[in-house]
Design a protein around this ligand. Structure first.
Ligand code: KIV
Length: 286
């Protein structure tokens, strides 16, 4: 199957077919995404919380993002894979931004990179796009700058804030981004952005009126325990499944029910006696 391309995503928008986007951070979950019919994967810097246990995304490094993105690409060779530019990989200069975006292409074979910010980040979007790299904008709640936003809070909830969010969206498109992600904004604001932009608009916590949805896999499968944003729907509870399995293992180890004979290897015929004689060992009882 040919790899999903930007053209495919634009055709889906044109046909009104919704785009299903999910994060993934490793090889097995990327395989599951591909098998389950996901269109796009984001190897989000949310891996800082979901994989490394940090309390935010700020500590995440380029090296961590690259290692995880390479693994995801191996697991999902046919999907549109997006590298997420971590904090300080693009904020300092256009040159840093182009270099780090390019590393995602060179080392992890991504189809696009995503960076957070609207009006304040347009120079970086333009610089990366001018280097021939597909950029996805990310506005609304932008976790890397949650300090400035007063925490992990919904954005665009007053008329004035909504207008600023729309201005961010327009600026991101004008700077050359090929897709836009809106996070944690009211659907009314998403609808206006979707109507005013010609590029596909995707949402995580922005409601239905757009071209597709993103969720974080650790939320969707019920693995991430620290907190649950309002927009998260949990489709499974793997935390419970895994904990129950481990508990059962602990019990079976302690009661010597594991490993039973079906999980052990036998010596080849006649070799057991020969071995005991060779090493002078007498088995306790048979
Ligand atoms: O890192 C990530 O998963 C993200 C989403 C929260 C949009 O950027």
């Amino acid at each position: 199957m040919p790899r999903k391309s930007l053209t495919d995503l634009y055709q889906m928008k044109a046909k009104g077919e919704k785009i299903a986007w999910l994060t993934s951070y490793d090889y097995p979950s990327a395989q599951f995404c591909q098998a389950a019919g996901i269109d796009m994967i984001l190897v989000g810097d949310s891996l800082g919380m979901c994989v490394y246990g940090y309390n935010g995304t700020v500590p995440v490094t380029m090296d961590q993002c690259l290692v995880h993105t390479e693994a995801v690409r191996r697991g999902a060779p046919d999907l549109f894979v997006v590298g997420d530019m971590p904090f300080l990989s693009y904020q300092v200069s256009d040159a840093d931004a182009v270099l780090n975006a390019g590393l995602f292409l060179k080392k992890a074979d991504v189809d696009a990179v995503k960076l957070e910010g609207g009006v304040r980040i347009v120079d970086r979007i333009k610089a990366i796009s001018d280097a021939g790299i597909v950029v996805i904008g990310h506005i609304g709640l932008t976790p890397q700058s949650s300090g400035l936003l007063g925490g992990h809070k919904a954005q665009g909830r007053t008329a004035q804030a909504a207008q600023l969010t729309l201005e961010d969206a327009l600026a991101v498109e004008k700077a050359g981004a090929k897709l836009l992600l809106v996070e944690a904004i009211p659907p009314e604001v998403t609808a206006v952005i979707h109507q005013r932009l010609s590029i596909p608009v995707l949402s995580i916590g922005g409601g239905l009126p757009c071209d597709g949805q993103l969720l974080i896999i650790s939320d969707l499968i019920g693995q991430f325990q620290a907190f649950t944003p309002k927009f998260v729907k949990k489709y499974a509870n793997v935390a419970q499944v895994i904990t129950e399995a481990i508990k059962q293992y602990v019990t079976e180890v302690k009661t010597e029910h594991f490993p039973g004979p079906e999980f052990t290897y036998s010596m080849l015929p006649g070799e057991e006696e020969k071995f005991y004689q060779m090493v002078g060992y007498t088995p306790a009882s048979k």
